[in-house]
Write a protein that binds this ligand. Structure first.
Ligand code: GRF
Length: 198
């Protein structure tokens, strides 16, 4: 049976677009919902243009009431009856309760070679450390931030003149490819790792 995928975004949504476009033909999944916590996310219009239902759950009116925000988020996501949730540039940290409800069914794309550089500013941290390699990872989401099982990684070389910006620009299209490949396998029940060097 075709799997239903909910994609959570906060910004430009380029990974979301790649995922949505990949889910055609004999792909085992289809996009059922694109949800943003940010009403101004550029990705919302892109999802609508692709014919995918969208929802906004703005976190700001909830203030410090994280449980309230997540309750609304959980309701919105559950209404779409997804089998899989893909976080794609979703910039809210989820609580263990939310994650527990979806553990084993939720993926994230992270712009580093995990377990290196969990959290933010991964490109700048790579440059600051003098690393010769960088990359992106798709992983299952568990209660540990950016710490769940890695299902795919793409590795790139860091050149002497690279900057955080040049690394981000080079990695983004590789993120798109990797996430689409991992989702396709994951939706088919295959959790074997995809490691590639670009
Ligand atoms: C990507 O680099 C992703 O790895 C990071 O945030 C960025 C989102 O970009 N978590 P987009 O919204 O998919 O264009």
């Amino acid at each position: 049976m075709t799997k239903r995928v909910a994609i959570l975004i906060s910004g430009s949504g380029s990974n979301m677009v790649s995922l949505v476009k990949s889910m055609t033909g004999d792909h085992p999944a289809r996009a059922a919902l694109v949800l943003s916590n940010n009403p101004d996310a550029a990705g919302l219009a892109k999802a609508q243009a692709l014919g995918i239902p969208t929802k906004v759950i703005d976190h700001r009116p909830f203030g410090k009431d994280r449980a309230g925000f997540e309750g609304a988020l959980l309701t919105a996501v559950t209404d779409a009856q997804p089998d899989i949730i893909c976080l794609a540039g979703f910039m809210r940290i989820l609580t263990p309760d939310f994650i527990a409800a979806w553990e084993g069914k939720m993926l994230n794309i992270h712009p580093s070679l995990l377990p290196k550089y969990k959290g933010l500013n991964t490109h700048a941290r790579t440059i600051a450390a003098g690393d010769r390699e960088h990359g992106c990872s798709v992983h299952e989401v568990t209660a540990e931030l950016d710490g769940g099982p890695v299902l795919g990684q793409t590795i790139i070389d860091v050149a002497a003149d690279d900057t955080a910006e040049s690394l981000a620009a080079r990695l983004l299209p590789l993120e798109h490819d990797l996430y689409a490949k991992v989702l396709r396998r994951f939706a088919a029940g295959d959790r074997s790792k995809i490691i590639t060097r670009a």
